[in-house]
Design a protein around this ligand. Structure first.
Ligand SMILES: O=P(O)(O)O[C@H]1O[C@H](CO)[C@@H](O)[C@H]1O
Ligand SMILES: O=c1cc[nH]c(=O)[nH]1
Length: 257
């Protein structure tokens, strides 16, 4: 490892690819390491498990941040500092509107209901993904043949205040979700808008592709085995999009490690 290690990720520029996947659950990094070629686990400090491997000859780093926008932005910021140029968030979301459990959902933008993005750019700035990377995500999901949908996400900080009706939020959740669904919001999560804005500030490309795993209408969840299978599809589609985008940006074949 190099002497220019990132503060929390504790790895250096030579340890990461130009493409990265950001996941919440560290178990998804271990699943990703199984799906990638020649994967190496780099770090498990603070649960920020990070691995680098290859997909279609392209080097891809996968990092887990746990939950929430502040730490997701820390991980993106450190990876960008190490030289990562394109990011895809591969996570889970809650359904809004017509979105069905089990669908893979591509973000065309996100409502900035979290606070982290304002530390990067003022609230007037839109949370929008990189458009070529997003178009590639849509092609990769379509090629995988899994049910898919694209639309606007809404991102929040408060799991038990903004996303679930517990009586502690400042506004009824169902009322807000219905208003958002009426104007085309298809999913809610806790990181997408922060990552899209941070990426614009950091000068890197970012997109978000997530599995709709929890219903925003009644809080029902996908059954465990179906969810595990769908998460593998999610990772494969994300890897395919990143590898295709990397190959288009630099047509020189990358030798395996
Ligand atoms: O599936 P991951 O990537 O963890 O993402 C989602 O799951 C967590 C909440 O259950 C939040 O981090 C949310 O955005
Ligand atoms: O309930 C959920 C499910 C996925 N993602 C979230 O942020 N919340």
């Amino acid at each position: 490892m190099s002497s220019s290690n990132a503060w929390y990720l504790r790895c250096g520029p030579e340890d990461v690819g130009e493409s990265a996947v950001l996941v919440g659950d560290r178990g998804r990094v271990l699943l990703a390491a199984d799906l990638l070629d020649d994967a190496v686990i780099l770090n498990e400090d603070r649960g920020l498990t990070t691995a680098t491997g290859y997909h279609e000859g392209q080097r891809i780093t996968v990092s887990a941040f746990g939950m929430g926008a502040p730490i997701a932005a820390v991980v993106m910021h450190e990876l960008a500092g190490l030289g990562v140029r394109r990011f895809v968030r591969l996570g889970t979301v809650m359904t809004l509107g017509e979105t069905q459990l089990g669908e893979l959902v591509v973000a065309h933008g996100a409502v900035r209901g979290e606070s982290t993005s304002a530390s990067y750019l003022p609230v007037e700035f839109p949370a929008v993904p990189d458009f070529p990377l997003t178009a590639q995500l849509e092609r990769s999901v379509a090629a995988a043949g899994v049910p898919t949908r694209s639309g606007i996400f809404a991102t929040y900080d408060g799991f038990y205040t903004d996303m679930f009706e517990t009586g502690f939020g400042s506004r009824p959740v169902a009322e807000r979700y219905e208003a958002l669904a009426r104007v085309g919001v298809v999913a809610a999560d806790m990181e997408t808008s922060a990552l899209l804005v941070a990426a614009r500030a950091l000068g890197v490309a970012a997109g978000s592709l997530c599995l709709a795993s929890v219903s925003g209408a009644d809080n029902s969840k996908m059954e465990h085995s179906a969810r595990v299978a769908a998460e593998a599809e999610l990772l494969r589609a994300g890897f395919d999009a990143l590898a295709t985008s990397a190959a288009a940006a630099d047509p020189t074949p990358v030798p395996a490690a």
